[in-house]
Ligand binder design. Structure first.
Ligand code: UT7
Length: 332
């Protein structure tokens, strides 16, 4: 199977920025606690921009930076877990707003690992036949609408924004390792509308117990410590397994872009891999955790800074609700 080439990237973040100091006014916390325990200083937060809008902005920039026109895009994959509608797919709205004709669009829900899973899916479409040449991946997230701002252990962690990339086929290497552990589905969740209609038998409905403990409205619940442990073991495991398929080790990678959930998770993963922190790109200080948007925003920033060179060995590694994790390594 062929590899992938990232030929364009884009990013959009809302204008409003919240500082750690801002959070001390709404919950019992401090700049010191947030900085030491998470590495986060600020986050961009939606001023009402819907996810499709952020995806459209980042997507337009990615197409332009690839030197393509919208009609060169054959497929759109959107990774948002915070779509604006149950239906249609956010990918469809972004496709329409970007005037991309003759393409097909798909939403995937792979939480914070969404970009890694989308890239892997893109590569598989690109590898089969000639009908798909250029794929736009958009990762817009409005995570803050799922956040309970009375819960200090989660509210300080998240921000909003979007990343995007245009991907095409290449002859370079590409390998991945993806895995989900559905038995950990109760470790992070946010509930959708409950089943029911005009004819629902209320008594019978009561017999269907909640799968997970009753959450607070639609807000996100997270067992932070369990996810922390999961992330610090599974990120190294996924990277090692993807590299092994490529015939090298994580030490051979030029740059590793990890999901940005907590700076301490990244430091611990680096230690477990016996790698220096210089190999890891970290921007969590400015954005907090933007779920699937984190990795493509990092990619965009690295490209803009001229830090990615042809032939570089790049590693992406993500984890999140599901529980889900995965890594891919490829020649830039
Ligand atoms: O993208 C994937 C989704 N999310 C994640 O990956 C998050 C993974 N988990 C984490 O990053 C960390 O577990 C957290 C940042 C959520 C929590 O950090 P921690 O070092 O694991 O803290 P903890 O939950 O063990 O709590 C330690 C203490 C507790 O107080 P007591 O019980 O020791 O008195 C908490 O109540 O820190 C307290 N605490 C806070 N204190 C000040 C929790 N949140 C805060 C806060 N400010 N914001």
């Amino acid at each position: 199977m062929a590899g992938i080439k990232i030929i364009g990237t884009g990013k959009y973040v809302p204008e409003t920025v919240s500082t750690n100091e801002d959070f001390t006014k709404i919950v019992d916390t401090s700049d010191e606690w947030i900085t030491q325990r998470t590495g986060i200083k600020t986050r961009h937060m939606s001023d009402g921009e819907p996810s499709w809008y952020m995806g459209m902005k980042a997507g337009a920039q990615a197409i332009e930076s690839a030197g393509l026109s919208p009609d060169d895009i054959d497929m759109v994959i959107c990774t948002s877990v915070t779509g604006d509608y149950y239906t249609p797919a956010t990918a469809n709205i972004v496709q329409g707003k970007l005037n991309i004709h003759h393409a097909f669009s798909i939403d995937i829900n792979c939480a914070c690992a969404g970009f890694v899973y989308a890239l892997d899916m893109a590569r598989r479409y690109l590898s089969v036949g000639e009908d798909v040449q250029n794929i736009l991946i958009v990762s817009p997230e409005n995570i803050t609408k799922l956040v309970d701002y009375t819960d200090r252990s989660t509210c300080v962690l998240f921000g909003d924004g979007a990343g995007a990339a245009v991907v095409t086929r290449s002859e370079g290497f590409y390998h991945s390792y993806l895995e989900t552990d559905g038995s950990g589905a109760d470790k992070i969740y946010a509930q959708s509308a409950r089943p029911g209609n005009a004819f629902t038998n209320r008594e019978k409905a009561e017999s269907f117990k909640e799968l997970f403990p009753q959450g607070k409205e639609h807000y996100m619940y997270m067992a932070g410590n369990d996810v922390y442990r999961f992330a610090t073991t599974k990120m190294p495991e996924a990277l090692e397994k993807a590299c092994a398929k490529a015939g090298f080790t994580p030490a051979d990678l030029d740059i590793i872009i990890p999901h940005q959930a907590n700076a301490r998770i990244i430091t611990t993963a680096a230690k477990n891999l016996k790698l220096p922190m210089e190999k890891f790109y970290v921007n969590i200080e400015h954005y907090g955790n933007i779920s699937s948007a984190c990795i493509p925003i990092c990619l965009h920033e690295l490209r803009e800074a001229g830090r990615l060179h042809s032939g570089d060995k790049v590693g992406l590694v993500g984890f999140g609700a599901g529980l889900i994790f995965g890594a891919c390594v490829f020649e830039y």
